[in-house]
Design a binder for this molecule. Structure first.
Ligand code: RUB
Length: 334
């Protein structure tokens, strides 16, 4: 009889364990879906990537069936890893994780840890949206009535500056196509729907048009401690053409686009995407390179419009110090 009971007990335990693993897998399934969407660019643009990341961590916390705080922390850490592997250049992704999971180690009970993640994720998403609005208002003051603005790719931050300027000034926008994924078409459509006069040009036409441009406004995926800006491939060529024509070059970026790890010498990684994006049925014997981003050196950047004001790229260290309260030791170990 005793043996029979212990066998039943073991079976019951196995069923419970399988159920727990299944529920755990379900938690990761949601995070994996978000990571896949980011990788395949269904979710794209550094700000959207950051907000989707915060939302995915919030869902992990909400859905967790962990039975101990250590198990909960393990689930969050695993979710972090899945998300981190999705796209390498947008520093907004690790920054969003850093801000949402901050202080997690301090919690010794599941409910405390859970509500900390949920609150922080909501706060980050709200703050991110407010930042875009604020930097738009600030940056728009640099656009004058009658200006022609050139923008590249599709950036919510850059569009916020442009749309804010359009509220009170007559402006024209030139949007570049942004090969190979053609995000410039999203920008052109969005501006046209907003009523802003917009002209779409191919990327190679930038220098020809630069003589008609008053100000360039682009977004950022990451900004290094030296003030260099990583943004959609082609941005640095536009900066070069703007510099030659003495046209103001402004970057619109929330402060969570600054990269803390560059302070300790970690380089910003430029994502290399599939060659299929450039030429799907490419014949043999041809090598295709498809870097998604490039670096614009600080010398070519006049201003960065952030939610806490207009800054010179040379102020990057100060922004990093103010935004993220880290020590060098912490950065080395994170
Ligand atoms: C998008 C891109 C955008 C920045 C900033 O590249 O380079 O300029 O991400 O965007 P991709 P936002 O399409 O490859 O993601 O201001 O929306 O954060």
């Amino acid at each position: 009889m005793e043996m029979f009971l212990s066998q039943k007990c073991k079976k019951f335990k196995r069923v419970c364990e399988t159920g727990r693993i299944f529920k755990q897998r379900k938690v990761y399934m949601d995070v994996s879906k978000t990571a896949k969407k980011i990788k395949e660019m269904e979710i794209r643009g550094a700000g959207d990537i950051a907000r989707a990341t915060a939302k995915a961590l919030k869902h992990t916390a909400e859905k967790s069936n962990a039975t101990s705080v250590d198990e909960f922390k393990e689930e969050i850490n695993k979710s972090k890893k899945i998300l981190l592997n999705s796209r390498p250049t947008a520093v907004s992704l690790p920054n969003s994780i850093r801000l949402v999971t901050k202080n997690l180690d301090r919690y010794s009970d599941i409910e405390g840890a859970r509500s900390n993640i949920i609150k922080r994720a909501d706060k980050f998403i709200l703050r991110s949206k407010k930042s875009i609005k604020n930097l738009g208002e600030i940056g728009s003051n640099r656009i004058k009535d009658g200006d022609t603005v050139l923008t590249h790719c599709n950036s919510d931050a850059a569009l916020s500056v442009i749309k804010e300027a359009y509220k009170t000034k007559k402006i024209n926008v030139i949007a570049t196509e942004s090969r190979p994924r053609l995000q410039g078409k999203i920008t052109a459509r969005e501006l046209a729907e907003h009523g802003v006069p917009v002209t779409l040009i191919v990327d190679s036409a930038v220098r020809s048009f630069m003589k008609n441009v008053d100000i360039v406004v682009v977004g950022a995926d990451a900004i290094g401690v030296n003030g260099a800006v990583a943004n959609k491939i082609g941005t640095s060529q536009i900066a070069l053409a703007a510099n030659e024509a003495r046209v103001t070059f402004m970057v619109a970026a929330e402060t969570y686009k600054f990269s803390p790890k560059t302070v300790i010498g970690e380089p910003i990684k430029i994502e290399e995407r599939s060659e299929d994006e450039v030429w799907k049925d490419c014949p043999g014997g041809i090598c295709i390179k498809n870097p998604a981003f490039d670096f614009t050196p600080p010398e070519y950047i006049d201003l960065i419009s952030t939610e806490i004001g207009l800054i010179s790229p040379h102020m990057s260290y100060a922004i990093l110090k103010e935004e993220f309260d880290w020590s060098i030791e912490e950065l080395k170990n994170s």
